[in-house]
Design a protein around this ligand. Structure first.
Ligand SMILES: Nc1ncnc2c1ncn2[C@@H]1O[C@H](COP(=O)(O)OP(=O)(O)OP(=O)(O)O)[C@@H](O)[C@H]1O
Ligand SMILES: [Mg+2]
Length: 504
């Protein structure tokens, strides 16, 4: 099935998110959409999926013009979508979510729970997803939830499949697997639209690349183009792709973690006797395949986990057992791995989100009133500094593009008076032009004498930021090694193998 988007224009008020965009996707082709945060990629795909109605332009399938009044119409026409932000019902099981998706196609009742479970199992096995049909979605790690989204799309026999940043939440290995799946799907004749900010992935699978900037198509790029060429085309200027970083100036041991253990509600040990120290002015990068205790570690440090044993002392003060509020007030900054759940309130404005957990006191609130002019000035400044693409500081955070939401969270956390920074996947969904900026801000935080714990499943990010690297596997520390440890060694450690030499 050939897909043609012709002159699609979509406006939000005065903002033109898509400006006469034309694009075709041939059967069996992987067509990559590249563009900065806020360029209009997700908007275009939401038009295709019937979530938005275009103000102008048309959608054609095999030359026949389509009119989608909602996703149900798009799905029935053979369009599938894996969303950037999960659209799953958290309290439902995997199979129930897959069934729910199929009901919306108008074939309600055609797939009963038993059939849905079998379908999940079959797809899961075919692609090595390891997803239990009976697992409750909200209890699954982000990476597995993403796979449920993919299963849901695959379960509906889509002939054009849209992947909007599917790898943002996947581990390197899962990403490789997904690339192979996309190839397999394309070979079976499915047309694929693939949106990603990771240029390596583009080069690995793209048959064609279309670059969008400020809502317009600026051109096609060759899959053989270099990272620098692709980045420059996207951003419209040369981009520095590596951070300049001086050796750290190490202070005292600031964060001392001993025997930190998290046992979940089901009695499973998710974090097992983890011990490490981070000095003032040092970045410890926590590497590992997603789901090996990183979430539990960061949440335990923030007081967000139940069932925590052991100790984590910041400047001599115990964090374990303290409330989240007290820990934040003690100067701990936190970039959570899922910005939409823990990082932002979508209906609040950008300005409100920038002061979110400072609503109780200085500098923005005194005697119960918000100092609006101070907040406004601060928000304007952060918007400019972090290059957040938005109409203004009063824009609801929920209407920002994914990468711009991430920038708001990072801007807020890094602008606090910090004594410790804990950042999980700090550049998830952020475009190449802004990754370097966020990295330089994290390094600047370190250089101001703050201890930093960065969790990342991206080895590029680990390499860019780490002063030392700690690898977690199945909730345990495999080793703590120098920043220049070769990737293949880190890879083996991420699979649980102990390194030959360790840092004391
Ligand atoms: N529902 C909405 N209401 C108002 N503005 C919106 C809405 N959805 C998107 N926008 C705006 O449209 C523009 C394009 O956003 P879009 O989400 O398409 O970007 P994107 O290319 O997918 O970016 P990212 O790489 O960050 O995901 C942005 O300026 C965004 O703020
Ligand atoms: Mg997007």
């Amino acid at each position: 099935m050939q897909l043609a988007l012709r002159d699609i224009t979509k406006r939000f008020g005065s903002l033109v998110a898509n400006d006469h965009i034309s694009l075709t996707v041939e059967p069996g082709e992987i067509h990559c959409l590249l563009g900065e945060n806020g360029a209009g990629k997700s908007t275009l795909m939401n038009v295709l999926y019937g979530l938005y109605t275009a103000d102008e332009g048309s959608i054609e399938l095999d030359g026949v013009e389509q009119h989608f009044d909602g996703p149900g119409d798009a799905i029935a026409a053979g369009i599938g979508m894996v969303h950037q932000h999960f659209m799953l019902v958290p309290v439902f099981t995997v199979a129930e979510n897959v069934m729910l998706g199929n009901e919306s196609t108008g074939f309600a009742g055609s797939l009963d729970l038993g059939a849905a479970r079998a379908r999940v199992r079959e797809i899961s096995e075919r692609f090595g997803f390891h997803v239990d049909p009976d697992a409750v979605v909200e209890e699954l790690p982000v990476g597995v939830q993403q796979r449920v989204e993919i299963i849901k799309a695959l379960s509906r026999d889509a002939r054009v499949l849209v992947f909007d940043e599917p790898t943002a939440v996947l581990t390197p290995q899962e990403t490789d697997e997904l690339m192979a799946i996309m190839r397999q799907l394309a070979e079976s004749g499915v047309g694929i639209v693939f949106i990603t900010h990771k240029l390596r992935e583009v080069r690995a699978v793209a048959d064609r690349i279309t670059v969008i900037r400020l809502g317009k198509v600026v051109g096609e790029a060759s899959p053989t183009a270099s990272n620098n060429e692709l980045a420059a085309l996207m951003v419209g200027r040369e981009v520095e792709l590596t951070v300049q970083k001086q050796p750290p100036t190490l202070g005292d041991e600031a964060l001392v973690v001993e025997g930190l253990t998290v046992v979940d509600a089901a009695g499973i040990t998710q974090l097992d006797g983890v011990s490490f120290t981070v000095r003032a002015g040092e970045i410890l990068a926590v590497a590992g395949v997603q789901g090996n205790g990183q979430t539990e570690l960061t949440e335990a440090l923030l007081g967000l986990q139940d069932g925590v044993r052991g100790s984590a002392r910041l400047d001599g003060q115990e964090l374990v057992g303290r409330s989240v509020r007290k820990i934040l007030d003690a100067g701990v900054g936190f970039v959570p791995e899922d910005r939409q759940v823990d990082g932002l309130v979508g209906t609040f404005t950008i300005a409100e989100n920038l002061m979110l957990d400072r609503s109780f006191g200085k500098p923005f609130v005194s005697t119960g009133t918000v100092n609006q002019s101070l907040l406004r000035r601060f928000a304007e400044e952060k918007l400019a500094e972090y290059d957040v693409r938005a109409p203004g500081i009063s824009t609801p955070a929920g209407s920002l593009s994914g990468g711009n939401q991430q920038k708001v969270v990072v801007a807020r956390e890094l602008s606090k008076d910090l004594r410790l920074l804990v950042a999980a996947q700090p550049t998830r969904g952020v475009d190449v032009g802004s990754i370097e900026f966020i990295h330089s801000q994290i390094v600047a935080t370190r250089d101001s004498g703050v201890p930093v714990v960065v969790v990342s499943t991206e080895l590029d990010e680990v390499a860019a930021l780490a002063d030392r690297i700690m690898v977690l596997y199945r909730g345990k520390v495999v080793g703590i090694v120098p920043a220049d440890t070769p990737r293949d060694v880190l890879g083996l450690m991420m699979a649980g193998e102990r390194p030959a030499e360790e840092v004391a």
